[in-house]
Ligand binder design. Structure first.
Ligand SMILES: [Mg+2]
Ligand SMILES: [Zn+2]
Length: 195
């Protein structure tokens, strides 16, 4: 633990920040949960960095381009900012080993539960992952928390309710909550407080 480095909340995108709708290939299909902006704003006010970390294998599968991913992220950011909230940085993995777009069809170090996206954020934003939190709707998000030494919160939105019923033997979340609002409350209760 390094007191000069920031604590962050790494938030999954689909099924956590916004509704899970299969591969999100058009910005028009983007749907926020009613609590999303309030939850992010509460975390902003607590002085935590908010970093989106998302697997977007649809790029490797040829379903949509990185430009569409970027467009979705800028739409997310403008909706948040209209409500006085913001995400500090957006990171995603466009790869998948079974993809059909050659430049993305690869094993990489950034597809969750691997830690590449968090490592990059830690380097670029001065974040200490061991003081940080991961919020997501899949066991791979909890696996990411384990990989980087953060605390992992599983939400029941998206695939979360299904995931909760089939827990992996070797992976336990630090908390299971109904949604991002519940996760934000849990983080606020468990973050380091300055003395
Ligand atoms: Mg998800
Ligand atoms: Zn990757």
């Amino acid at each position: 633990m390094n007191a000069t480095m920031a604590a962050a909340v790494f938030v999954d995108r689909d099924g956590t920040l916004i509704e899970e709708g299969g591969f999100l290939d058009r910005v028009e299909r983007l749907a926020f949960y009613p609590w999303t902006t309030d939850a992010i704003r509460a975390l902003n006010h607590a002085g935590l960095r908010i970093v989106l970390v998302s697997n977007q294998s649809g790029v490797a599968r040829g379903l949509f381009t990185e430009a569409v991913v970027e467009e979705v992220h800028s739409r997310i950011e403008s909706v948040l900012q209209a409500g006085g909230a913001h995400i500090d940085a957006y990171y995603y993995c466009p790869h998948h080993p079974d993809g059909n777009v050659p430049r993305y069809a690869q094993h990489c170090d950034c597809r969750k539960p691997k830690g590449g996206l968090v490592d990059r954020a830690a380097r670029e934003l001065g974040i200490d992952p061991t003081r940080s939190f991961i919020i997501g709707d899949r066991w791979l998000d909890i696996g990411l928390a384990r990989t980087v030494g953060a605390r992992g919160v599983l939400v029941r939105t998206g695939y979360g309710a299904i995931e909760e019923r089939r827990p992996p033997r070797d992976l336990a979340p630090d908390a299971v909550v109904d949604n991002l609002a519940g996760a934000a409350s849990w983080v606020l209760m468990h973050m380091d407080r300055p003395c």
